[in-house]
Design a protein around this ligand. Structure first.
Ligand code: GLC
Length: 544
């Protein structure tokens, strides 16, 4: 649908208009700000306490005001919800919990009318155990074509009663489950998520069909779930479990990042490139920057999440190392970095940085850092309000990790608590129901979208201002970054000719570089930048 590039965003300065026009070019994703909607938690449109596609459509104007370029919808496909929808039973249909295909179409149309692109999740490593193909595989005999769509093997030991190898599931317990005829099937995640067999040509063909289905319906791109997992190591050898930490993908784990994945990603790229201006971002928890860069070589994915800022400690040194490593590895393959602070799988950054007032200050500073870096950025729903993880009672936890870890790992529900929209008590206008699928803390009364909209010092106002400047300032639209000398515990860099970012990760105020302050995450103290804060400036000095 043709979009008036300036219409929905209000009165656009010439730079903003120029910026918005770039969103209709093939490379729009290179500097876009994406907003992750976790559908269950964003907005409830049908009053059942669970977020859905109607709710997402009704709340699009929040995203227009925020100033994002695109949304990423976590899975809303037919699913028994054993893993929050990442257990997909039908990848080309909408789960009734989230609505219908017509609701999806309406959401795409409404988003496009506002100049917002829509990207969707694709889950290529596994299906749900309720997927028709897995049900057929269970009913079929060992060695059958139906079983060959998954990874079924005989067990070890004289009676085959031991799993084929020692692999643990990412969610705790073994990665193998035995079926009544004695074979075992592989599930790197929950038993309800059988891994599919990418060596069987039926699997790439099926995913090509799924990609085309959503592209035809107007999706502007994809987020590829565990993009580093489709190829397994030959012979499925045992793992060295000595250093294995359950439910983390950050360790070196030879089940992931095998070279065979790249061939599959090339298929994704071929299909996506047969439609104009579409893209894909990979979720690949690959610890080595250079290995990560391989995912975004010219004929592979367009973007790959950069989790270095998620992993970095709150220290100038660590943050700088994370940024430098990523920038130089990505520059070698000509791809932009894709910066992330939070998502539905990791503890929210405000909490990671210490929580409370300190966590909030650091979180705001980190947002100014993230949004000033060259490349694309992903904002997770609720980041813009400065939300923290929530300590939930045991009996509401739903993440499979909680059960599978024998109640030792609480899992990821704490970062998935629904968005507070308005009002003074839970569920804060999330929907018309008087409850929400995960309970919301009453302390969020001051952090609703409505409350933060009224407060020029709120985190929401900070994000809105940062995103407006990001569109307006030509200096922020290039790919270069130059580090400048900085006081201890600080980072200072220049973008373009005059834009300067300063982040003070220490506790004591520091003098700001020369220039006009455009935005700061905290009030300046006698002209100095307080600890745990950041500022954007229009510098007056020249950089050699
Ligand atoms: C990805 C998703 C996560 C899910 C896992 C298995 O890491 O982000 O939520 O549990 O894949 O699909």
């Amino acid at each position: 649908m043709p979009v008036d590039p300036t219409g929905a965003a209000g009165s656009a300065t010439p730079n903003v208009a120029a910026y918005l026009a770039t969103l209709d070019t093939a490379d729009w994703w290179r500097h876009a700000v994406f907003y992750q909607i976790y559908p269950k938690s964003f907005a409830d449109g049908n009053g059942d306490g669970i977020g859905d596609l109607i709710g997402a459509r009704e709340r699009l104007d929040h995203l227009v005001e925020l100033g994002v370029d695109a949304i990423w919808l976590s899975p809303f496909y037919k699913s028994p919800m054993a893993d929050g929808g990442y257990d997909v039973a039908d990848p080309t249909d909408v789960d009734p919990m989230f609505g219908t295909l017509a609701d999806f179409d309406a959401l795409v149309e409404a988003a496009h009318a506002r100049g917002i692109k829509v990207t969707v999740d694709i889950v290529p490593n596994h299906f749900s155990d309720q997927h028709a193909w897995f049900q057929q595989a269970l009913a079929a005999a060992p060695g059958s074509p139906e079983r060959n769509r998954f990874i079924f093997l005989d067990g070890r030991g004289p009676d085959g009663s031991q799993p084929p190898n020692n692999w643990p599931s990412m969610f705790g317990g073994p990665a193998w489950t035995r079926v009544p005829d004695g074979q075992w099937y592989l599930h790197i995640f929950a038993p309800e998520q059988p891994d599919v067999n990418w060596d069987n040509p039926e699997i790439p063909a099926e995913f090509e069909r799924v990609l085309r289905f959503w592209l035809e319906r107007g999706a502007d791109g994809f987020r590829v779930d565990v993009a580093h997992s489709m190829a397994k190591p030959a012979g499925l050898p045992d793992m060295d479990l000595e250093d294995y930490v359950p439910h983390t993908q950050l360790d070196v784990d030879h089940r992931f990042d095998n070279d065979g994945v790249h061939e599959h990603l090339r298929m994704f790229r071929r299909v996506i490139d047969s439609y104009p201006n579409r893209m894909a971002v990979g979720e690949a928890w690959v610890p080595d920057d250079k290995r990560l860069a391989m995912y975004v070589r010219g004929d592979e994915l367009h973007l790959t999440f950069n989790f270095r800022l998620v992993e970095a400690d709150w220290s100038a040194l660590d943050l700088r190392k994370a940024i430098d490593g990523s920038l130089s590895a990505m520059a070698e393959v000509g791809a932009p970095c894709t910066w992330v602070l939070s998502n539905h799988d990791v503890v929210r950054h405000t909490t990671r940085y210490g929580g409370g007032a300190l966590g909030r200050s650091r979180g705001r500073a980190a947002a100014l850092l993230q949004l000033a870096l060259p490349g694309a950025a992903y904002v997770y729903n609720g980041d813009e309000l400065g939300l923290e993880n929530v300590e939930l009672p045991d009996d509401v936890l739903q993440d499979p990790t909680w059960e599978r870890s024998g109640h030792t790992d609480r899992g990821r529900d704490g970062e998935r608590v629904p968005m507070p929209w308005a009002g003074n008590e839970p569920p804060f206008g999330f929907g018309s129901s008087d409850s929400s699928w995960l309970p919301m803390p009453s302390e969020w009364a001051g952090m609703t979208v409505a409350a933060e909209q009224l407060d020029p010092n709120s985190t929401l106002s900070l994000y809105e201002n940062a995103l407006r400047l990001r569109r307006e300032l030509t200096d922020l639209q290039g790919s270069g970054l130059t580090w400048l000398d900085s006081p201890e515990d600080c980072l200072v860099f220049r973008r373009g000719t005059a834009f300067t970012l300063m982040l003070n990760a220490g506790d004591t105020p520091v003098e700001l570089p020369a220039g006009e302050v455009l935005l700061s995450s905290a009030d300046l103290i006698g002209g100095e930048l307080p600890g745990n804060s950041a500022a954007w400036l229009r510098g007056t000095d020249r950089v050699a």
